[in-house]
Ligand binder design. Structure first.
Ligand SMILES: Nc1ncnc2c1ncn2[C@@H]1O[C@H](COP(=O)(O)OP(=O)(O)OP(=O)(O)O)[C@@H](O)[C@H]1O
Ligand SMILES: CC(C)(CO)[C@@H](O)C(=O)NCCC(=O)O
Ligand SMILES: [K+]
Length: 303
């Protein structure tokens, strides 16, 4: 039996790898008594794990505390830690230095590739919000990192004299009082961000500013080049022109698949603690997965 553990920026979540992932009650590792709480919560687990698979984006200090608790409770436990790599499980990492991609983002991509063969846009709505796009060939196109809803609102209250933190969830409306203005502002920012990324993914590549999606993306560029070449080839040869007409090489013609954009109409997948508050305000969410990181961990621990 494996215990899968997702050590996030604020919370630790876990589940058993027995086809019935049931995340336990999360423990907030920023709380001072978190070690005692985690110890007693894990001690009460119904089954002792033989193996533990860990995804950690928190500090090494927190990681070591969690490992120590696990080994105290289950001395013969073997521990696997997930890391981001250049290519695995059918996913190609877009990062120039692949190991720098957050392992939570990497595991979400691996899980998404396992469940869907369409292009996907994964939004992890946690302490930070991350967006990652992947085309239908499993090629990660890159991503974005922004503050999450709670962090946005904390940064407002920390950076101003008149604004207080509010834990309410917002609505995508203009507000008529301060507290709603803060809640709605954070929600609107996130919804606008997601819509804008989806709109850009749906654009033909020639409309994209080149450095907007710098990693794109050999595949999409190739698509575009090929269709541009096809258009050029379709033009009648102008006999009156002095310039020689460019011919499309036969090798390139074979690649021509008109209208193919590998990341168009991505499945929009939301995960993380705030996914449930954000999803109802978007029209095109394909699914909300409470913890896609744990699903990715279950795939790598199955090896
Ligand atoms: N019981 C809870 N405790 C803390 N945050 C919660 C809770 N329930 C929902 N949330 C929301 O979840 C968000 C944090 O999400 P999540 O738990 O996925 O983050 P995390 O543990 O930091 O993980 P990650 O590092 O993957 O973002 C917060 O913005 C908060 O609004
Ligand atoms: C962005 C976070 C904090 C989101 O949890 C995490 O994935 C992380 O620490 N990433 C490392 C930096 C990166 O992904 O580019
Ligand atoms: K996460």
């Amino acid at each position: 039996m494996d215990l899968l553990v997702d050590i996030g920026n604020s919370r630790i979540k876990w589940g058993y790898n027995d086809n019935r992932l049931e995340p336990g009650v999360p423990v907030i590792h920023q709380d001072s008594n978190f070690e005692a709480r985690l110890f007693s919560t894990w001690r009460a687990l119904p089954k002792s794990p033989q193996r533990m698979a860990i995804s950690c984006v928190a500090s090494n200090a927190v990681l070591d505390q969690v490992k120590t608790i696990a080994v105290d409770l289950w001395p013969s436990l073997s521990i696997i830690q997930a890391h981001s790599v250049a290519e695995a499980y059918g996913v190609r990492n877009a990062y120039e230095y692949p190991e720098k991609l957050g392992v939570d983002r990497w595991l979400c991509l691996i899980a998404a590739r396992h469940y869907w063969s369409e292009p996907v846009c994964i939004v992890d709505c946690g302490t930070a919000i991350t967006i990652d796009a992947m085309d239908r060939n499993g090629c990660h196109l890159g991503g974005l990192i922004c503050p999450g809803l709670t962090l946005m609102k904390h940064s407002l209250s920390n950076g101003t004299a008149n604004l207080q933190f509010s834990a309410q969830s917002g609505l995508p409306n203009l507000a008529r009082n301060t507290s709603d203005a803060i809640d709605n502002g954070a929600l609107y920012a996130v919804i606008g961000l997601i819509k804008s990324v989806i709109a850009d993914l749906n654009k033909p590549v020639k409309d994209l500013a080149v450095n907007k999606f710098p990693i794109l993306q050999r595949d999409r560029l190739l698509d575009w080049q090929v269709s541009a070449a096809k258009k050029a080839a379709a033009k009648p040869t102008r006999t009156y022109s002095r310039r020689p007409v460019k011919r499309v090489p036969e090798s390139l013609k074979k690649l021509i698949v008109p209208g193919r954009y590998l990341s168009r109409n991505p499945k929009l997948v939301l995960t993380g603690g705030d996914a449930g508050d954000i999803a109802p305000h978007l029209d095109n969410v394909s699914c909300v997965v409470p913890d896609l990181v744990l699903k990715g961990l279950s795939l790598i621990s199955a090896e």
